[in-house]
Design a protein around this ligand. Structure first.
Ligand SMILES: [Zn+2]
Length: 485
């Protein structure tokens, strides 16, 4: 492992406990040292993984502080690999100690670490100089040293998960740092936030080309002073192995999107931003043959792409569970295209987000049997939602269940509902009949005319954003400690 300029470790790494078990009959043993090991381990784990925990590799890094308390605690902490697996690094500005600490963590974690690295350029871009100086405490002419970034790229064999927010200088260093792309790498998760334009993925490719990559994130990092305008897509990524890919804000053509669908054998979740006109005639006959049983989550963004009818018509995704279609203009010309696409989903969706669309398109979609398991419906860009939609969601009007019986989260915008109380009635009726919502976000054109509705909606708003996020992700809110169940 590369340990930095002098090649030595900051401290020896014990491989086993050196301290004997405490003598519980000794009245001078402090109560905390009488705790069972499993309880003690849980305390350590919570102190390192709580939201307040400082993951930055500096003097405040929680695992390091634990080792400074006493010899038994030190022994315990250094022999708890999990404790050392997550840390965050900043661009070095001259003291060059972070790489050594990172090397120590990698050794104590016994590999498989999860590292976050942010270029200093992030703050430089954020805004006015005085704010930068206030935030970083650094003079404006500070020179950035790349020792930390270089250390990470040279030690990919010890890193399982890597988050990088990088600018032009760091990008340009990658090919020279990783001349042998076949060098050992255990990188499974790579999230890249770019602070600069990139015209091709050539400079980044050595990071992932032959890595066992499963998840790839690829986004522009917008800051107050800078928005990357040109972000080439990672076409040389190992698409055949990827399970999750998020290319948010990275425009790709329809043909490139269809090619990704062809070559990806394991892709379960994909977020893409499609641009450009209709599919090439050359691709169209092949496109009709796409039947993907693996894909479960698909977020299609079509900004400036025109309608996506051809793309939707080309795909059959029988096991899709989460589908979102967002565009600047109507995402399809023929309403039947989207309905036909949804009909080909066999198991039923759990999340459905559509924007923009008309009320009749939305109603045609939610009336499908494939929507009977939808938990989260969002139609924030749909115009002129009226009482018609609210009525079909209300139980008790007929003997049959309402549409979307499993619905828990409802988000609607630009509602053109005339009468106050219609939405309130629907929410209360769903609760009475056992179809209660857990969160509702409904925007009216004129909120002053909907006081009763808004009062009732407020009762159905989840105030805890973490809870709402977990629900949207269809996850339970559980803080778990890996390896300590
Ligand atoms: Zn340095």
């Amino acid at each position: 492992m590369n340990t930095g300029s002098n090649g030595s470790w900051p401290s020896p790494t014990p491989t086993s406990f050196r301290s004997p078990p405490p003598d519980l009959s000794n009245p001078y043993i402090p109560p905390i040292n009488r705790l069972p090991i499993c309880v003690f381990a849980r305390f350590f784990a919570h102190s390192a993984c709580s939201l307040e925990a400082n993951n930055a590799l500096n003097r405040e890094f929680v695992p390091l502080r634990l080792t400074h308390v006493c010899a038994p605690w030190r022994d315990f902490a250094v022999n708890m690999p999990w404790l050392w697996k997550r840390f965050a690094l900043r661009a070095c500005v001259g003291k060059c100690g972070q790489a050594q600490l990172a090397a120590l963590c990698m050794e104590r974690a016994r590999g498989g670490v999860s590292a976050i690295y942010k270029d200093l350029v992030l703050e430089e871009y954020i805004g006015m100089q005085y704010w930068v100086n206030d935030f970083t405490g650094l003079p404006s002419d500070t020179t950035v040293c790349h020792c930390v970034f270089d250390f990470l790229v040279r030690n990919l064999e010890y890193i399982k998960e890597l988050d990088l927010a990088i600018g032009q200088q760091a990008l340009q260093r990658i090919p020279a740092l990783r001349t042998n792309v076949h060098a050992p790498s255990h990188l499974e998760v790579l999230r890249l936030a770019f602070l600069c334009d990139i015209t091709s993925d050539e400079s980044v490719a050595p990071l992932y080309q032959f890595a066992p990559l499963r998840k790839l994130g690829w986004i522009p990092q917008r800051t107050l002073n800078n928005v990357p305008r040109m972000l080439a897509a990672p076409f040389s990524a190992p698409w055949g192995k990827l399970v999750v890919a998020e290319l948010r804000g990275t425009p790709i053509t329809r043909d490139a999107f269809m090619n990704i669908m062809y070559v990806s054998d394991s892709l379960q979740s994909l977020c893409v931003h499609i641009i450009g006109g209709a599919l090439d005639t050359e691709h169209r006959p092949r496109a009709h043959r796409i039947i993907d049983y693996i894909m479960r989550t698909l977020h299609l963004e079509g900004f400036g792409s025109g309608p996506l009818d051809d793309v939707l018509a080309a795909m059959t995704l029988p096991n899709l569970r989460c589908f979102s279609l967002r565009a600047t203009s109507a995402p399809f010309v023929a309403p039947g295209t989207l309905v036909a696409f949804l009909r080909r989903v066999k198991g039923g969706l759990e999340t459905f987000r559509l924007s923009p669309c008309s009320e009749s398109d939305l109603m045609a979609c939610i009336a499908l049997p494939q929507m009977s398991k939808v938990i989260d419906l969002s139609a924030m860009g749909c115009s002129k939602i009226t009482e018609r939609l609210i009525h079909v969601l209300q139980p008790g009007k007929t003997d049959s269940p309402p549409l979307l019986p499993e619905l828990k989260i409802l988000s609607l915008a630009t509602c053109n509902i005339q009468l106050d109380g219609v939405v309130a009635q629907m929410l209360k009726a769903r609760q009475r009949h056992g179809y209660a919502l857990q969160d509702a976000t409904i925007h009216f054109g004129d909120e002053t005319k909907h006081t009763e509705d808004i009062k009732t909606i407020d009762e159905y708003r989840i105030k805890d954003m973490d809870m709402l996020l977990a629900m949207r992700m269809n996850q339970e809110v559980i803080v778990s400690v890996p390896g300590l169940s």
